[in-house]
Write a protein that binds this ligand. Structure first.
Ligand code: 4NP
Length: 155
């Protein structure tokens, strides 16, 4: 089965689109077949493109995320994806609350995959542009660790 990973943050316009982009890039580098998507806990940014600072940060690392559109996480995601990766501990607690009884997805925190278990990717939304580089660095570390784990598990 091809691993399918949903990255979840609060608004789905800053951290999770960057996480999705970093993971796609890392999986491609490892020649790993994956499905990746992102979603938000809230619905404020449904249909919106990523925050312009997130778009600029991704572009600075060679990735165009302008076609991403925000959406809210839904019950079917817990059956459709093999992995759901939360950006912070609040997102993770929210996902545990939302998970239907027949959920099959494995839930984790992004930084669990970066050797920083239990830590959160800080929300850069209310900060300055420099915060987005920290986000990129965090999600890249998590994406690299997750992609390596999935490669090691490949049948
Ligand atoms: P994200 O950042 O969860 O990394 O996408 C946020 C974006 C928007 C809001 C909060 C966090 N907001 O409140 O609209």
């Amino acid at each position: 089965m091809i691993p399918s990973v949903l990255f979840v943050c609060l608004g789905n316009i800053c951290r999770s689109p960057l996480a999705e982009a970093a993971f796609r890039a890392e999986a491609s580098r490892l020649h790993l077949d994956v499905v990746a998507d992102s979603a938000g806990a809230g619905d404020w940014h449904t249909g919106d493109p990523p925050d312009r600072r997130a778009q600029a940060t991704a572009l600075g690392h060679g990735i165009d995320i302008s076609s991403c559109r925000g959406r809210q996480v839904k019950a079917a995601d817990f059956r459709r994806f093999t992995h759901i990766v939360a950006m912070d501990t609040e997102n993770l607690a929210n996902l545990h609350r939302l998970a239907p009884a027949d959920a099959t997805a494995e839930l984790s925190l992004m930084l669990d995959h970066a050797g920083r278990p239990g830590q959160s990717v800080a929300d850069p939304y209310y900060g300055d542009d420099a915060g987005f580089e920290v986000t990129w660095s965090d999600v890249s570390a998590g994406a690299a660790g997750l992609a390596q784990t999935l490669r090691a598990r490949r049948p």
